[in-house]
Design a protein around this ligand. Sequence first.
Ligand SMILES: O=C(O)CCC(=O)C(=O)O
Length: 272
Amino acid sequence: MDRCHNTLCEQGYLILRSVIPAGEMSVVRGLTDRIVACASRNLEDPFAKYYLRHRADQGTLYDLYQRHPEFQPLAKIPAVLDALESVLGPDIFLYENCLVYKPRDRRNGVPWHQDFLSRPDEPVKYIAWMAIDNVTRANGAMKIIPGSHLKGFLPWHRVKGETHHDRVNPECVDESKAIHAELAAGDVLVFNQMLLHSSDEVDSELPRRAFRVSYQGFDAISTPRGTPIVLRGGTPESLAQRFPNPYTPPVQVKEDIARRCLHAIGWRLLKA
Ligand SMILES: O=C(O)CCC(=O)C(=O)O
């Protein structure tokens, strides 16, 4: 626990080797082939109302945890949650999740960025990037700059219409310090959202798929969409300690009640 905490705090990342059980790997690998094949047909998706639309053209399929129960054990791998607990504390929820892969016929590079750049005021998030295939430089390993998270959020810009549109300004990235995070299938790269990362455009026959899960502690509870899903902790005592204020209904609820009362009074006066 201390080793994880120190490495994640100092380097901003940690690689956990062979932590995805073999049985789960083979289930997820077969399923992923089918999910990608179907998503590539861009069919109508009843879940898009609740979750993000898949972007097969960008190699990103969203909310697999919610859409396919086979992904749920991956988001709860004890070794990953233990490492996360060392930096996030005992209460952890799922903030966002997606499958990331590199479609061969597309511009599939990912420019240098930090995650959730447009939400800098939210509590810190850590990401577990779970290798479903062997990941090497040749098929598009993640490039990371160790320690870069220590600078906090860096100046960034948005390139409209582009895949991975939020990018850190190039002058803030010292590529000479980058390393490739090569992983075997079943390894997990855990990193701080502020760690600078990217991946090269590749044209490889070898698939490069990863299940990417973002986690947050309970300092504030919100997600970009859907609902937060508690993955560890969340005891009633912990909630009571963190959120000790009595419940006050949101303003809109109060307004609805007031409107209904006025309506009822109005009817009675009309009838009288
Ligand atoms: O899969 C990639 O190449 C990049 C993924 C990424 O940027 C991320 O997980 O935040």
